[in-house]
Design a binder for this molecule. Structure first.
Ligand SMILES: C[S@@+](CC[C@H](N)C(=O)[O-])C[C@H]1O[C@@H](n2cnc3c(N)ncnc32)[C@H](O)[C@@H]1O
Length: 216
């Protein structure tokens, strides 16, 4: 089957910027207490039910490592082989695999939790239901989902980042719209955080973090 163009260009773009992205975002969570609070709540919910966690679109593995530090058995999956190689070098004790959230190489119902931290932002609108169906399929009944993304209505096309030429689409989204799609995919909503951009950060918009669960 031929791969859609957006996956090819997203992969090539993140391959090109992997090293710079890792350097810039390495310590980012340290300055984001509300993001850490949502990860902490997610971790507590998952620990209560048990089961492994997949960090989907794990990039350099900074969130994977953070979740590991919260006591979760976690592994990462990313579209970009360069990101996966970098994550493996940086976090040799954790597992990272190349893969796409649209066709996860994971069995049905095997996960206690799934995190997609700023990775659905590169999916075209018509691909969101397919991704959420995959998330639902791989989570065990009672499993928990965390999805974070920038709030807004814009679709942007980036041709340069960190001095590298790229070809990357990203989408800002309304939390209620994403929550509607999650419910249509079979999830029950747990919580929605919308926070203002952090002072002194490069964030141009509000940021959303949604918690949902596959009903038991
Ligand atoms: C903005 S980065 C976020 C990385 C990481 N979650 C973090 O918070 O640092 C987006 C990541 O999602 C990955 N990605 C984009 N589309 C993907 C897909 N269809 N399947 C898996 N990963 C994807 C990219 O390769 C990139 O590493």
């Amino acid at each position: 089957m031929t791969e859609p163009d957006f996956l090819r260009s997203t992969r090539a773009s993140y391959d090109a910027v992997a090293a710079e992205y890792a350097k810039i975002f390495h310590h980012e969570l340290a300055g984001k207490p509300l993001d850490r609070a949502m990860f902490a709540a997610f971790a507590e919910l998952v620990r209560a039910g048990g089961g492994p966690v997949a960090d989907i679109g794990s990039g350099p593995g900074r969130v994977t490592e953070h979740l590991h530090g919260l006591g979760l058995e976690v592994f990462g999956v990313d579209l970009s082989p360069e990101m996966v190689a970098l994550a493996r070098r940086t976090h040799p004790g954790l597992r990272f695999e190349v893969g796409s959230m649209l066709a996860l190489d994971l069995p049905d119902g095997g996960l206690g939790g799934l995190v997609a931290n700023y990775s659905i932002i590169h999916l075209p609108e018509d691909r969101l239901p397919g991704a959420f169906a995959e998330f639902h399929r791989v989570l065990a009944p009672g499993g928990h989902l965390l999805v974070a993304f920038q709030v807004g209505d814009e679709r942007k096309h980036l041709t340069e980042r960190f001095g590298r030429r790229i070809d990357l689409e990203f989408h800002r989204r309304r939390p209620d719209h994403v929550a509607d799609l999650l419910v249509k995919a079979g999830f029950a909503m747990t919580a929605q955080l919308v926070r203002e951009p952090m002072e002194g950060s490069t964030e141009p918009t509000q940021q959303a973090c949604l918690l949902a669960r596959r009903p038991a």
